[in-house]
Every structure is written in C-alpha cells, then in structure tokens.
Design a protein around this ligand. Structure first.
Ligand SMILES: Cc1cc2nc3c(=O)[nH]c(=O)nc-3n(C[C@H](O)[C@H](O)[C@H](O)COP(=O)(O)OP(=O)(O)OC[C@H]3O[C@@H](n4cnc5c(N)ncnc54)[C@H](O)[C@@H]3O)c2cc1C
Length: 497
C-alpha cells in the first residue's frame, strides 16, 4: 500500500478544486489533487486528450480566468495532480477521531491500484451531475443527458446521431443545442419546459446582468442561431415519452402547465437522439460518506453540503467548494474554491494568508453568488411536476430495475414508512452500482407525494464506501496490514441503507 502524506487533499480538478489547490499551494502547502478525468478542467473546461493535437479548451464568454487558472494549476510545483483517479471514501483511523489536526485518509482508486492519501485537511470539490428524469422510454439507447452529450463533444469531438430533439429547462441546454448544431448535428427541436420570463421575473433577473452581460449575450446568440437555422424552439413543452425497439426512433411531446403537468394532446417527432437537460444535482456522495451534514435546497440542486462562511463543512478538517454547496456555475465554483483554499491555509498557519486577501475572496464569492442566485431562482425545476411523467411501469432505479409501481406498492404496504432510505431497504432502489445517483430524487419525490410531506422530510440515501464502483483488487490494496481503519462514520440520521 502506498501511503502518501500531503498538507491538503483536494478531490476534483474543476474550477473549484483547481482554485482551492492553487490558493493553498501559493500559501506554501503541499496539495494532492485527485480527479477521475485524464486532464484538469472539470466539466466546463473538459480538455480533449493530449493526443488531439491543436485543439484545446475554448472557454466561453465571461471565463477569461479559465486558461490562466489551468496553467497555474498544471505548473504549480506544490500541486501533485493525480488524474484518472477516483476518491472512493474517507477513512478514519479508529484511534484518531476527527478533530482539527487529525489525519484524514482518502482512499483512491488509481490506474496503478489503490492508494491511501493522508492529510490533515481535505477539500471536496466534486462538482455535479445531470439531474436524472424518469419518463416512459428514458432508459432507451439514444436518450442522453445534456452534460453527457457535451462531454462527448468536448473530450472526443464526437456528435450524436440525428434527428436530435433537445428537451429540458436549464439554460445550458440552449448552449448544448447550439454546440451540437454548430458541430453538424441535425437538431430539429428544442423543447423548453419553462415559459418566457414573466415581467416580474425579468425585473428580478436584472440583478444578474452586472458583470455577466457576456454570458447572457452568448445564450441569446445561441437561441437566435438555432431559430435562424430552422430549429423549432417550443416553450412550456416537455418530452413525455420516447419510443423505439433497440434505440430511440420517436419522441412524444406535450404542452405542460405552470406546474409542469401535461395539458392537451401529445404530438410525435422522429428522433434518433433525445438530449435531456433539466439541471444538475450536486455530487455530495463523498461528503455524505465522510460524515458531513447536508441540507435540502431545491433551487440549489437538491441535497447540498452544509458549510460556514469560509466553506468549512461540519466535519473538522473538511472544506467544500463548487457545486456540492449548491449548483451555481463555474464563476461561483472558482470563487468558492479560492476562498476555501485561503481559509484552510490560514487554518494551517494564521500568518500564511492576509486579511485583505481573505476579504477580497469573500467579496468575490458574494458577487458571483448574486448571478448564481438569480439563475437558481429562475430555472429551478418543478420536481413534483417532473415526477408525474413516469407511469406505473417506468423504471425508476435503472441499476436494480425497480419501477414506479413497485415503489408505490412499497409505500402502500408500509403506511409508516416515510423516508427514501427506508424505501431503498424495502425494494433495493438505489442499491446498485450508481448508489442512487439516478433514482434518489425520483424515490424522494414519490415518498413526498405519498406522505404529503416536503422533500426535506423524505430524506436522502446515505453515502456508503466505496462511493464509486471499484475493482476488488483496488480495495485489497487499500487495507493496511498494520493499522486499524474503517469507513468514516456517517452522522446523517436519514436512514441506514
Ligand atoms: C457533464 C456536465 C457538463 C457541464 N458543462 C457546462 C458548461 O459547458 N458550461 C457551464 O457553464 N456549466 C457546465 N456544467 C456545470 C458545471 O458543473 C459548472 O459550471 C462547473 O464546472 C462547476 O465547477 P466545479 O469545480 O464545482 O465542478 P466540476 O467542474 O464538475 O469539477 C468536479 C470534478 O470532480 C471530479 N470528481 C467528482 N467526484 C470525484 C471522485 N469521487 N473522485 C475523483 N474525482 C471526482 C470530476 O471528475 C470533475 O472533474 C456542466 C456540468 C456537467 C455535470
């Protein structure tokens, strides 16, 4: 077993993780950064493989800081970047309880096997993943998420087959539709679940303009380009079913009302690919497994990690930055990462960071938060409405093949069962390799509907070690012969599944 000691371990090399790492390293700390991707950049600045000569990241409008940040990160002598590596969990030494200064051990799966990285401080900057939405046909080959389609475009320069229908409600969907069209894909329709902004919303949205005019203009240009190239852009419309034998052949679209319930007749469109993008879910499984407290915030993406003003999580020694604190975009992620990196450097050595630098970073977070807040408010998906699109036979948990009907039967048979975790124990929804990333929201929504309670009261699935599917050989590498360690104890009380 390889035991490496650093001053800080950062999980995630997106805008948040890179900023935290550079800030901490600039203050003199030795930082290990673990990321699943082959290259740094995270989701937004995903780099193609080095073999793709001549094509690099082209950051969109408003992200002038992206290339300098990538350069600083990749060249910093105190940053030890470990790509193609997954953090599986936070292990705790039995005799060294989590106290400030105690050593945290992050179990990592690397191409060379399992490695335990040990450090007194940890930053969780694990980003987000596409919000999964279950409707009849959503598991057919050819139904893809907006982020997934975009990842293929960015990292492999591969575009999906047409005709392409794009459906959802997040502004990124417009950008992805235009990127696909510009790459030569036959995009035929963009179905947007929201209506045009109301006058009240437009007035409120003006708060987002200062400093972000370029981003807004880019989105407006994308809509104009789509329309100019004959792509139908429909509002208050959702794809409610996908059909086909071995893959998508057609989709059914329906008008929806302000609660996202179907109204009126459906229409059918031929499609070989359906791209779905209703927003993002913070990736909090590692934080939960480590024992950090989470809280429910639908506008911020669902379950988010609780933290203080310097982004310290509830577990001593752990900071959090970027999407796990709430889906807020790259600018917010960068600002939070820098603040977390400075705060933990100051925690390590009170003289390492000046009060001015810390104050400026706090202002930066507040500024970025104004834009993120408006986007979150305007584009919050209607979770109850979306949950109504699955029918009795629709698969909710695609790992364990559990249908909506089965979940409802479990709830009917067990009148005192009122949490998502309890449903998980009864019918295995959420127990497969993805550990509930696909079905947690849908199960939670069904529990809330059946028990007439708020999503926060339906709870969440617990984070379990390992948080990602892992070869057994890697797990064997992680077990030290001379130390008594076991997976971090979760402090959540939402359930035991
Ligand atoms: C697929 C996808 C595409 C997106 N594209 C855009 C876009 O084009 N424009 C835009 O404005 N926003 C986009 N977003 C939103 C995006 O999440 C933010 O704008 C921004 O990238 C957030 O920065 P971050 O540092 O918080 O997270 P990210 O950039 O997501 O970085 C998190 C990193 O953590 C790594 N990671 C996560 N868990 C582990 C683990 N257990 N072990 C090791 N590594 C781990 C991931 O590989 C990732 O590189 C996208 C989101 C997704 C999910």
């Amino acid at each position: 077993m390889d035991q490496v000691t650093h001053d800080v371990v950062v999980v995630g090399a997106g805008p948040a993780g890179m900023s935290a790492a550079v800030a901490a390293a600039d203050a003199g700390l030795r930082v290990a950064v673990v990321d699943e991707q082959r290259r740094a950049g995270g989701q937004i600045f995903r780099q193609p493989p080095e073999e793709f000569a001549g094509v690099g990241v082209r950051p969109g409008a408003g992200y002038g800081w992206a290339l300098p940040l990538l350069r600083d990160f990749e060249s910093h002598p105190l940053v030890d970047h470990r790509p193609s590596s997954s953090a599986l969990g936070v292990l705790r030494e039995v005799d060294a309880p989590h106290e400030r200064g105690a050593v945290l051990t992050v179990a990592v799966s690397t191409p060379a096997g399992g490695v335990n990285l040990r450090a007194p401080r940890l930053v969780l900057a694990t980003g987000a993943y596409d919000l999964p939405v279950a409707f009849p046909g959503w598991t057919l080959p050819g139904v893809m998420t907006a982020g997934g389609v975009q990842s293929l475009l960015k990292s492999q320069h591969v575009r999906v087959a047409g005709p392409v229908v794009v459906a959802g409600s997040h502004p990124l969907l417009i950008v992805v539709a235009e990127q696909l069209r510009a790459a030569g894909a036959d995009v035929v329709e963009v179905a947007f679940a929201r209506g045009l902004p109301t006058p009240t919303e437009s007035v409120r949205a003006r708060r987002a303009v200062p400093g972000h005019a370029a981003v807004l203009a880019e989105t407006a240009r994308a809509v104009a380009n789509l329309v100019a190239h004959g792509v139908r852009v429909s509002t208050r419309t959702a794809v409610v079913a996908a059909h086909g034998r071995d893959g998508v052949e057609s989709v059914e679209l329906a008008r929806i009302d302000s609660s996202w319930r179907q109204t009126g007749r459906r229409r059918t469109r031929a499609a070989a690919t359906l791209v779905v993008g209703y927003g993002f879910t913070p990736s909090t499984e590692l934080a939960r497994q480590a024992g950090c407290e989470v809280e429910w915030s639908s506008p911020r993406g669902g379950w988010v990690v609780r933290h203080d003003e310097s982004f310290a999580a509830s577990l001593p020694g752990v900071w959090v930055a970027g999407e796990p604190t709430g889906v807020g975009g790259a600018e917010q992620a960068r600002a939070e990462g820098r603040l977390a990196g400075l705060a933990l450097a100051r925690d390590a050595d009170p003289h390492a960071v000046s009060a001015d630098d810390l104050g400026a970073a706090e202002d930066d977070v507040r500024r970025a938060g104004r834009f993120a807040g408006v986007v979150q408010e305007l584009f919050e998906p209607d979770r109850a409405g979306m949950a109504s699109w699955a029918d009795h036979d629709t698969t909710i948990c695609r790992c364990e093949l559990v249908t909506r009907g089965t979940v409802e039967q479990v709830l009917a048979d067990n009148p005192f069962l009122s949490t998502a975790s309890a449903v998980k124990l009864e019918c295995r929804a959420g127990m497969g390799p993805c550990q509930g990333r696909y079905c947690e929201g849908a199960v939670g929504a069904l529990v809330s509907q059946a028990r007439d309670q708020a999503p926060a009261d339906s709870g969440h699935f617990s984070g379990r070690f390992p948080v990602k599917p892992t070869p057994l050989g890697v797990l064997a590498d992680l077990v030290p012969e001379d130390t008594d360690i076991h997976p971090g104890v979760s402090t959540d009380t939402a359930g035991t599944g």
